[in-house]
Design a protein around this ligand. Structure first.
Ligand code: PLP
Length: 369
């Protein structure tokens, strides 16, 4: 039996008619840019996330970029980011002419280590971007304490619905950046993103920046960009929003079942399972284990038709495009070790018990358990 890493058709099929209706609704209206669907989605998303303001944008990358623009980040500024994350977290900093300053991660939650973050704060630090990696919140109390008066922009791209001691991600920093890339727990039919904030002034600025910094008709107090979410994507997201909590529960149930299956197979000592830190609900956007002989295991699973992926094989401080920053192998040992050990296994909500047996059975076979 082959097992995909992710099968979005299983989510789509039961909702197919609803999607068709809303797509027709938008097409019949011919209102594709901002308008009622985007307004309604923003209101519903802000309510679901427990934030005052939510601004729909083109992607998670643009959410990060625009949020940093709203903080006036530019040349000469430093922005602290974890080195173990998706490229966009640091790429947007460089695109604004600022300098990413990398920090190592915590080995348990894979998120920025507040101690290491504190070491990176200096006179030129203008923002800190913790990433809620794989669907679990970073240690936000530690992050906020280490950041002090420096603004914290949460990268929530992988973590819709995650929380830290009852506070939802995207509500703890000055802003939060979300992605609706199709593979996210809440994903649209293409690219989309969202910026959250509790600050009315930032909300106003974000709304101007997403339309080229325009405050009135052809009046530009700021230079912004075209960062508008499509009305079609907003309409799709409104169909999915009421289901997302249930889908997250499905992922958690699958993570629980993996725990039992790996224990039954006697693999507890070999396969390092993801751990939900107390007080921080994991939403398992990715189910990431740590394994010995990772690349050989991955090749073995691929041969069996079992989807598995490596997020991320190279920490950002070792990426060629950041060579001029002067980092070296050995600078961030926790991230470097994680890059050699991590493997994401299928965990999507519609995954069946039989499929999970197949995954664990194949891993047991590989290790001769
Ligand atoms: C941590 C992180 N930040 C930012 C992004 C960028 O989001 P998008 O692909 O919507 O531009 C992603 C996307 O995977 C991500 O995982």
């Amino acid at each position: 039996m082959s097992v995909p890493l992710l099968d979005l058709t299983r989510q789509y099929q039961p909702l197919r008619e609803e999607f068709r209706e809303v797509l027709d609704r938008v097409c019949d209206s011919q209102r594709f840019i901002l308008g009622p669907e985007v307004d309604a989605f923003e209101t519903e998303a802000a309510c679901a996330l427990g934030v005052a303001h939510a601004v729909g944008v083109t992607s998670g990358t643009d959410a990060l970029l625009e949020a940093l623009m709203a903080l006036d980040i530019g040349p000469g500024d430093e922005v602290v980011v974890p080195t173990f994350t998706f490229f966009a977290t640091a790429g947007v900093v460089t695109r604004l002419g600022a300098t990413p300053v990398f920090a190592d991660i915590d080995p348990v939650d894979f998120c920025i280590d507040p101690q290491r973050l504190a070491d990176c704060i200096g006179p030129a630090t203008r923002a800190v971007v913790p990433v809620h990696l794989f669907g679990q919140s970073a240690d936000m109390d530690g992050v906020l304490e280490a950041a002090g008066s420096v603004p914290v922009l949460e990268d929530c791209a992988q973590a819709w619905g995650a929380d830290c001691d009852g506070r939802q991600v995207g509500s703890m920093g000055v802003m939060g950046a979300f992605s609706f890339f199709p593979s996210k727990n809440l994903g649209c039919f293409g690219d989309g993103g969202l910026i959250t904030t509790g600050d009315p002034e930032l909300n106003r600025k974000l709304r101007e920046l997403r339309v080229h910094g325009q405050s009135g008709v052809y009046e530009h107090p700021l230079v912004g960009g075209n960062f508008r979410i499509d009305a079609l994507q907003a309409a799709v997201l409104r169909v999915k929003l009421p289901h997302v909590d249930g889908w997250i529960e499905g992922r958690r149930a699958n993570a629980d079942r993996y725990r039992r299956l790996f224990a039954d197979a006697g693999l507890e000592g070999t396969v390092g399972l993801p751990r939900a830190v107390a007080g921080r609900g994991h939403t398992f956007n990715q189910y990431v284990v740590r394994v010995p002989k990772r690349d050989a295991l991955r090749a073995f699973l691929t041969e069996r038709g079992i989807g598995a992926a490596v997020y991320y094989p190279l920490p950002l401080h070792l990426q060629p495009c950041f060579a001029a920053l002067g980092y070296h192998q050995g600078d961030f040992p926790v991230s470097e070790q994680a890059s050699g050990e991590v493997l994401a296994l299928p965990v999507f909500p519609e995954l069946t018990e039989d499929e999970q047996h197949e995954v664990v059975g194949a891993i047991a076979e590989f290790y001769g358990a």
